[in-house]
Design a binder for this molecule. Structure first.
Ligand code: SER
Length: 320
């Protein structure tokens, strides 16, 4: 039986990955680790939750031992736009959490999932149909951490046999917990603002075309990859996965079709403008499809309808 520890469990992905893992592996087999005490308290309403600082290797190791963990999901990261405000802090957190996860996975023979991102690509990467194996010269500290993380994770697999696996997540659209500090956050925020204020001010340029993914597909990808037959994996760290791409203008127009009173404007953040321009328009995810059966279910229209339905309820209930 798998025993799983999710580190950074209170963030955008963790908030929804924990219940997904509970469904797949059983509630009693998932432990949520989170550094913020108030978030630990909230998580503990629905799962075994512990205060865990991924940069404290001793405390991290003790949790693995205590709960007999054999699978780690390391979700600790400062995102792209926030990382540019304090690059050294982003490096220390993102790489510190990864290195501790790798070393503990090696010591305790755990499988390790660490998300990579479209942020691992840069200006010189082919932006249309971005291949699985291509130029990776990101111009953000977040991207530098992601490329370094992919290389290190492959290194630990080849050198020490650690079962490291990863996907390059596009911008993830979700309704569990707001993302914070990312360049793709606009595509989440807008769904709440539609109902709160009827209008949205976007800080990303109207023509910034980026890959996106709806959370249910992101969750499915994660467990599907971790359960995949290792003999079929030619790649490991990290797989392109994609299923929808759009610009802010396209998304807002699609929302307006459903809510005709919705309006928006732009106040461009130059940092986000530079980042979004350097990322792929759409990635080629054929390796993920061939090697472990990646097969996303949600298209743009279905995602918008679902997000509008859920975010409307949350705003009406005063949850946002
Ligand atoms: N959503 C992330 C960001 O915008 C990309 O992985 O930083």
């Amino acid at each position: 039986m798998k025993r799983i520890l999710v580190v950074g469990a209170g963030g955008q992905i963790g908030t929804e990955l924990v219940p997904h893992l509970q469904k797949v592996y059983g509630k009693e087999n998932v432990v949520a680790g989170e550094v913020r005490e108030d978030v630990v308290k909230k998580l503990s309403e629905n799962c075994e939750a512990i205060k865990l600082d991924a940069l404290d290797i001793q405390g991290y190791g003790e949790a693995i031992k205590k709960y007999k963990i054999d699978g780690i999901y390391n979700l600790v990261a400062l995102l792209s736009a926030k990382g540019e405000m304090n690059p050294l802090l982003a490096w220390n957190i993102n790489m510190g959490a990864l290195l501790n996860s790798l070393n503990l996975a090696k010591e305790f023979k755990c499988a390790l999932f660490t998300p990579s991102s479209i942020g691992a690509f840069g200006e010189n990467t082919p932006h249309k149909g971005t291949p699985q194996d291509t130029v990776m010269r990101p111009n953000t500290i977040y991207g530098v951490c992601k490329v370094s993380g992919e290389l290190l994770s492959d290194y630990y697999f080849h050198k020490f046999g650690v079962d490291t696996r990863s996907v390059r997540f596009p911008g993830i659209i979700s309704n569990g917990c707001l993302p914070g500090g990312g360049t793709t956050d606009y595509a989440v925020e807008v769904f709440y603002e539609v109902f709160k204020n009827g209008k949205y001010t976007c800080t990303v340029p109207q023509d910034a075309y980026m890959d996106m993914l709806y959370m249910p597909d992101a969750l499915e990808a994660t467990t599907q990859l971790m359960e995949a037959d290792p003999t079929k994996l030619i790649h490991r760290n990290s797989f392109n996965i994609a299923n929808m791409s759009f610009t802010p203008e396209e998304l807002f127009n699609a929302i307006k079709k459903r809510i005709p009173t919705f309006t928006w404007n732009y106040e461009i953040d130059p940092v986000k403008a530079a980042i979004s321009a350097s990322w792929p328009d759409y990635m080629d995810d054929s390796c993920a499809r061939a090697e472990w059966g990646w097969n996303p279910k949600w298209d743009l229209d279905a995602m918008i309808d679902d997000m509008l339905k859920i975010c409307k309820q949350k705003v009406e209930q005063g949850l946002y």
